[in-house]
Design a protein around this ligand. Structure first.
Ligand code: ADP
Ligand code: MG
Length: 757
């Protein structure tokens, strides 16, 4: 039982107030077929929309099964439409991008009927309206009469109490009109059917009650019913669309605009591609740097020297960003090496040397103790006896582990040194050795020098007492060095080794490398030499007679002693690890030494490999951030574009919004439909972006590999980044679609349905 009590409806427009219904009071039976007649614009559609809960009355009351609707909220109206009302419109109002059966199922979908039941019910009513063979067609593939049958099927599928038909035959020829009305009568038995028409014949033929309307008022009612006092029995079920339905609706909608949707997704993916490419490169590059550190740079030793260098990025920055200071009219001498990087001085002690001696063999491969190469008084006999510059021949100690050396170098001729009197020549990957080495050792420099010219070359490390003579209070080099040469430790080049990679050069520089025993042999002699014994007790350099100056770097007694072979403390210790893990253990051991020590007693090592990779890594990070910022701009642009496209979609789907609302969809559901659309676009954009990035990474990688010497796989997108970017794409498009989705939700369903499609 449905009752209208003095219903009035005004439409407020900017210029005037349009009276659509002017006090309509009507009572409808549970079961009757009512025709509403009247001229165009008299308020028929308005009346139907108010009865159907699609439009709100301005004043009066609508009473449903004894329940007043004055206090109805949106949700109540939504479920009223869904549960109690079936709408049939003149213009069919089917959703064109989903199938006939999906159209019919929509009303059930909104009331949460399970899929199987839903499908059966829809199939059933479609059979009743004679369309069982067309259920999978799209509405656009049907004739007008067939479309109206679908609309009728949709109106009755969830068995509503009231069927409202707004000029259902207005667009149909007379023969089809009769068929449609016959169908309505047949399928909607035992219901209240209210049909608007302006065909009086049809009204008379099919209805048992005719109401005439004019200017928003009832001018005749063939069988007016008196209101009865009903018990309030009205209790509808709430409606809700789940996200999956929204997804399906939007997916189908996007499918009908496939090309546009793909272009949209592609355009939206550009920002993602930008960010993904940058991430690929920084990720790939980072991986490569780590690999480099783990594989090749593990060959770089842990170095403990007189100074520990701090190569961290902060240190570099702080040395670059020095505040200008005010100075007078003077020139300031400075130690370039010392001031470039802040240094910390280590005092290596015998206790520390003992600590290293006690080191477990499993945590390092080999260790080398370097003394000042200047302590050696090297001589070679050519035409006469000539000094050999230890610096120029790069006279350095071999690590005490030939296996380890041979893991980085190949022995190309001769043998490896096994005692103090044997040295090797070290050449780089390309067989090169500085020509100074040959000049110093008296080997004729030629374009190419045969191995056998080099092997067997002899020179001498002269003893201090033979090398220096005391003239007055100063020690100077003997003028006649023949005794020194005769008595010295004779050294012979016994082999030639070649670096296997350019990193091996970090282990040994090109030149001459000697066996560690030479240090022991030489120091044993020099420690008790006259010059050392004399130097030990004075605060001036015995070779020059000049006092030590603390302002000049390394101008100390300690250093002078080292230069004379007068100290057992090495000037540098290099400890080599076989791999990354071993190096970590080694560092732990070295750190352990410092635990309970005062700051100045601590001995700090340098891990050049790590510092190098740290600087690389932070450089990569810095560059990546800048590039990502640029790429992000394109993300913003594509987000705005998505917002616009979604808004266009809202405009296009206005009719659909009206249809969904007439079927009982809530505002929330409409929002959901559009969120689903942006979700799909965002997901597609993200995936397209990731796929295209994967493809673009192939040539990019090829180019980068060409430029980055020895590195491969530089542009690699990590799966984590890929997933994150898809997520970012979805979130961004969802956000950009929020406003259009809200606009859609707030569309007045009545106006939405009035839009011509
Ligand atoms: P009918 O269906 O009988 O042709 P309607 O119910 O559609 O008539 O319209 C009744 C009156 O209300 C008409 O004068 C129409 O112009 C007016 N009207 C309908 N909808 C609106 C609206 N949204 N805003 C302003 N006026 C409206
Ligand atoms: Mg109308």
């Amino acid at each position: 039982m449905l009752e209208l009590k003095n219903i009035k409806k005004f439409y407020e427009t900017a210029s005037f107030k349009q009276m659509a219904l002017n006090g309509v009071s009507l009572t409808f039976e549970q079961e009757e077929m009512v025709a509403i007649l009247g001229p165009s614009g008299c308020g028929k559609t308005t009346l139907l929309n108010i009865i159907g809960g699609l439009d709100r009355y301005t004043s009066g009351d609508l009473i449903i099964n004894g329940k007043s609707t004055k206090d109805f909220r949106d949700a109540d109206w939504d479920s009223y439409r869904n549960n109690s009302i079936g709408f049939v419109f003149q213009s069919y109002n089917l959703i064109n991008h989903i199938s006939v059966i999906d159209n019919v199922e929509m009303a059930l979908t909104l009331s949460g009927v399970n899929p199987k039941e839903k499908h059966e019910a829809a199939r059933d009513v479609l059979k009743q309206v004679g369309l069982e063979d067309h259920i999978h067609k799209k509405p656009t593939e049907l004739s007008g009469g067939q479309k109206q049958r679908v609309a009728i099927a949709r109106a009755i599928v969830n068995n509503p109490d009231i069927i409202l038909l707004d000029e259902p035959t207005g667009a149909l020829d007379s023969k089809t009109s009769v068929q449609i009305l016959d169908l309505v009568k047949a399928v909607a038995k035992n219901k209240l059917i209210i049909m608007v028409t302006h065909n009086p014949q049809l009204a008379a033929q099919y209805s048992n009650r005719v109401i005439e309307l004019k200017d928003g008022m009832i001018i005749s009612d063939s069988k007016s019913t008196q209101p009865k006092d009903d018990q309030a029995t009205y209790q509808p079920k709430k409606t809700a669309m789940n996200f999956f339905t929204a997804l399906k609706l939007s997916f189908n909608n996007l499918k009908t605009k496939l090309v546009r949707s793909l272009i949209t997704a592609f355009a939206a993916s550009i920002g993602i591609i930008g960010v993904a490419l940058v991430l690929s490169i920084s990720n790939g590059f980072g991986n490569q740097v780590n690999k480099l550190q783990q594989e090749s740079l593990s060959g770089m030793p842990i170095t403990i020297g007189q100074y520990s260098y701090n190569l961290s990025r902060e240190a570099l920055q702080s040395s670059f960003n020095q505040e200008p200071v005010e100075v007078g009219d003077v020139v300031i001498p400075y130690d370039f090496d010392g001031s470039r990087i802040p240094v910390r001085e280590n005092t290596i002690t015998t206790a520390y040397l003992d600590y290293l001696q006690a080191m477990d063999e499993t945590i390092y491969e080999t260790i080398s103790y370097s003394y000042e190469s200047g302590m050696f008084n090297l001589l070679h006999q050519g035409l006469g006896i000539t000094p050999v510059s230890a610096r120029k021949i790069n006279f350095s100690v071999l690590p005490d582990n030939n296996d380890y050396i041979l893991s980085q170098f190949s022995l190309v001729d001769g043998v490896m040194p096994v005692d103090y009197n044997q040295v090797v020549m070290v050449m780089d990957e390309n067989h090169r050795v500085s020509q100074d080495v040959f000049v110093e050792l008296g080997i004729t420099v030629a374009e190419e020098i045969n191995y056998n010219t080099i092997i067997g070359t002899r020179f001498v490390a002269a003893k201090n007492n033979d090398y220096y003579e005391k003239v007055g209070s100063i020690y100077s080099v003997q003028t006649d060095l023949s005794t020194a040469y005769q008595n010295g430790f004779e050294l012979e080049i016994v082999g030639i080794i070649k670096a296997q990679t350019d990193v091996a050069g970090l282990l040994l520089d090109g030149g001459i490398a000697y066996h560690p025993n030479l240090n022991t042999v030489f120091l044993t002699d020099s420690l008790v030499s006259d010059i050392v014994l004399e130097q030990k007790d004075v605060n001036y350099d015995v070779k020059t007679g000049v006092a030590f100056n603390p302002l000049i770097p390394n101008n100390t007694l300690d250093n002078a002693m080292k230069q004379l072979g007068g100290s057992l403390i090495p000037s540098e210790i290099n400890i080599y690890a076989a791999d990354f893990d071993q190096k970590e253990n080694l560092k732990n051991y070295l750190d352990q030494y410092n635990v309970d020590l005062e700051e100045e007693e601590k001995i700090v090592y340098n891990d050049l490999a790590e510092e190098f990779t740290n600087i690389m890594a932070s450089l990569i990070d810095g560059i990546s951030i800048v590039l990502i910022a640029f790429a992000a701009i394109s993300l913003v642009v594509s987000s705005i574009m998505i917002g616009i496209i979604t808004y266009v979609s809202v405009l296009e789907r206005t009719k659909e919004i009206g249809v969904l609302r007439s079927l009982g969809a809530r505002k929330k559901d409409i929002t959901r439909v559009f969120n689903a659309e942006t979700f799909i676009i965002g997901l597609a954009a993200g995936m397209v972006g990731i796929i295209l990035t994967g493809i673009l990474n192939i040539p990019l990688d090829a180019i980068l590999t060409k430029y980055a010497n020895g590195m491969t796989n530089i542009a690699v997108l990590s799966p984590v980044h890929a997933l994150l970017l898809i997520l970012v794409s979805i979130v961004l498009t969802l956000i950009s679609g929020l406003v259009p989705a809200r606009i859609a939700a707030n569309k007045d369903p009545v106006n939405a349905l009035r839009v011509e499609s």
